[in-house]
Each structure stands twice: as C-alpha cells, then as structure tokens.
Design a binder for this molecule. Structure first.
Ligand code: PMP
Length: 382
C-alpha cells in the first residue's frame, strides 16, 4: 500500500509505539501520592516539557486534550462564556477555510446570537492582511486563523496577523495541527495566545492533543472535577497517550529540517510528474507558502471520488477534499471559499506525504495515475 493520506492521519513512529507500550505498564494514577502515582506524574511532566520545547512555550502553558477538535472548541467556548453580547468587545473573527471543528463551532455560536465574521481568502487560500484589517476593531475579542490548511497546505502569515490582532486589543488563536513537524512553529516568536495541535498528525497516538494557553490570557476550567491540568481540565490522565505525544514531539523537533526537505522533495517530484504527464490539471493552494508534504490537484472532467476509488484499487491511498468533510460527496468547501470553480472543486485530489514515503511511491503513482485520468475523461465525454 502506498499511503499518501498523511494529513488525515499518520502511522505511529516505532519510538512512539515503544514508549506507549512501556507507559501502559505505568498504571498508577498520576494524582496519587505513592510511588506508582509519582512515576506516572513524572512521565506526564516529561511529555509536557517535550511538547513545550517543540512549540516554544512554557511547559505550564501546555494543556493536554483529546485532540485538536477539543482544543479548537475550547478556545471558542472560553470566549462564548466571556462575551457579554451587549458589551462593546463582543465579536469573534475567523476565516472561511478553517477545519470543520471551527467552522461547525462558528455555526453553532451564530445560531445562539454571537457575532462571528469569517474573513474570505484569496485564490490561493491565503488571508490577505489588508482584507483582514477591515474586520478588526475595538469590538473584536478573539481572532482564530489556522497555521496551515489540511487540504491545500496553504500557510498563513500568523506572526503578521497576530500583530494586527494585538494592535486592536484582541486575542489570537491558531490551529497549528497540520504545521507541526513540517515548518517551524513558535508560540513565543509568533506571540499567539492560544494554539491547538493533535498527536496523530505527527506520528503520535490518536485521541490526544494539546491546547497551549499563554499565561495571563482569558481561561476557564472546561471540564470540572479533579485538579488535573492545573484545574483547567479534570479527568484521570491518559498517561500512555500523553507519553506518546511527548515522544512524537521530541522526534518532530529533532527531525524538522530533514523531514521538511524530504516532504517537499517528494511533493515536488509528484507535482512536476503530474503536470508533465497529464494535460489540463490545476494545482490548488499557494505554491510559495505551502506545507511541504501537501499537494492538492484538480483534474477537470474527472470526478474526485472516481479517481480516489481507482487509485485505491491500485493500492494508492489518497483523499478528496478533507477526510473530515468527505463522505458527503460535496465539493471541497475550502476550494470553493478560495474562489475555485465548482467543477474543479469536485475533481480535486489531495496527496499528502509523510515520513515513511519514498521516491518509489511517487514513481508508482506517476505510473498508475495518468491512465486513470485518461479513462475517466474519455467516459465523461462519451
Ligand atoms: N485541525 C486541523 C487543521 C486538522 O487537520 C484536524 C484533523 N483533521 C483537526 C483540527 C482535528 O484534529 P483531531 O483529529 O485531533 O480532533
């Protein structure tokens, strides 16, 4: 199997599997004061340091969650609870191309009367700073812009956006889920107030993520109960998964440079191969500011789902649009929001590379893909 769906999820690294397996044996409750409890607590604190080092923040700012969906929901919920609808600072600003865990939260908030603006993006899926500025004012409480898009790979200028956001006295959140381990990510340098990430996107376990919260920014306990996570999120610690995301974070930090080069090389090899061998294709997203492993391509007159199924028969696993939005057979909302034509949005395929892919994988795709597109195009013109 050639797995080219690493933006949906990644295979756990061997080092992570090893560490998680060992942590399964540390069965003490990290809140217990005896030796077993202290062993678990020490393993968790080590993971907190590993994650903090990766995203360049203080370990006390790391809150473990069940994933990025929970982290994203939580940031919006904090502001929902803080915002008095009648007050002057009562608006949230985000974009049209966020992950569904934000898009759906925004829909819910709007249905309850909260004021949320979704800033449009340009044709490459990038937020234009001048456009964003027109949405920012003294009435804005929170701005949330993702670091890199899961579907097109387009990277946003988070540092510049944060400056604009802070200039009007608002707080800044970024969903860095797709950027981790692929580009440098820094809470400190970017000066963001909240950041979300997810273990399973960088060779860690599923069901574990992080909400990083800068000191002295608004925060509410979001699960009431015990004193875990400094009283922010109650519940017995998921020690094995926390240990797993910690080891994954350490690997991501150590391998960042080589990983980024490896992913870009494979992505470019596939992009060039596709444009050279298949006529009339459109590469989506911003080609200058792009996550190194993501390649999103539209094949006019060939349906995305059909391409996906034919590739699957040949043992190549890709996705149409985003895995979270697919299953609906709707065209990609990310591409539509970027002003891409509806037919092109229907025929898009996302190839997303990971650590374990090789040049041979790309060669195999370049051998199988052109005849599939040719056949589907012939069928569609009959
Ligand atoms: N944000 C982005 C950008 C994502 O790609 C994903 C995963 N598809 C999520 C959030 C949700 O992460 P999780 O699966 O940990 O809830």
């Amino acid at each position: 199997i050639i797995y080219l769906d690493n933006n949906a999820t990644t295979r756990m690294a061997d080092e992570v599997i090893q560490a998680v397996s060992e942590a399964l044996v540390i069965y003490g409750n990290a809140s217990s004061m005896h030796g077993f409890g202290r062993d678990a607590a020490a393993a968790i604190e080590q993971a907190r340091h590993q994650v903090a080092s990766l995203i360049d923040c203080d370990p006390s700012e790391v809150v473990f969650t069940s994933g990025a969906s929970e982290a994203n929901n939580t940031v919006f919920n904090i502001f929902r609870d803080k915002i008095d609808l009648g007050s002057k600072r009562n608006r949230i600003v985000t974009t049209t191309i966020e992950h569904p865990s934000i898009i759906e939260t925004v829909k819910f908030l709007k249905s309850r009367g909260y004021l949320v603006d979704e800033v449009p993006v340009d044709k490459t899926g990038r937020v234009d700073l001048a456009t964003l500025k027109t949405y920012l004012g003294e009435d804005v409480a929170l701005v949330s812009v993702m670091t890199g898009n899961n579907e097109t790979g387009t990277i946003q200028p988070i540092e510049e956006i944060t400056k604009l956001v802070h200039a009007v006295g608002a707080y800044m959140h970024t969903d860095a889920t797709q950027a981790i381990g692929k580009i440098p990510v820094s809470m400190k340098d970017w000066d963001v107030d909240y950041m979300s990430l997810s273990g399973h996107k960088f060779y860690g376990p599923k069901g574990i993520g992080v909400l990083a919260v800068k000191k002295k920014v608004p925060f509410e306990t979001f699960i009431h109960g015990g004193h875990q996570e400094g009283g922010k999120r109650a519940g017995t610690y998921n020690t094995p998964s926390i240990v797993g995301i910690g080891v994954a974070a350490e690997l991501a930090e150590k391998n960042l440079e080589s990983e980024s080069k490896h992913l870009w090389h494979l992505r470019e090899m596939l992009r060039l191969g596709i444009v050279q061998t298949i006529p009339n294709v459109v590469v989506n997203g911003n080609q200058e500011h792009c996550l190194p492993g993501t390649l999103d391509v539209s094949f006019p007159s060939a349906e995305g789902e059909s391409i996906l199924l034919y590739l699957d028969l040949d043992g190549i696993e890709v996705s149409t649009g985003s895995a979270c939005a697919s299953g609906s057979l709707e065209p990609s909302y990310v591409l539509l929001a970027s002003g891409v034509d509806i037919e092109l949005a229907h025929g898009s395929i996302r190839f997303s590379f990971g650590h374990y892919n090789t040049e041979d994988d790309v060669k195999y795709v370049l051998q199988k893909l052109p005849p599939i597109i040719k056949r589907l195009r012939e069928l569609s013109t009959r």
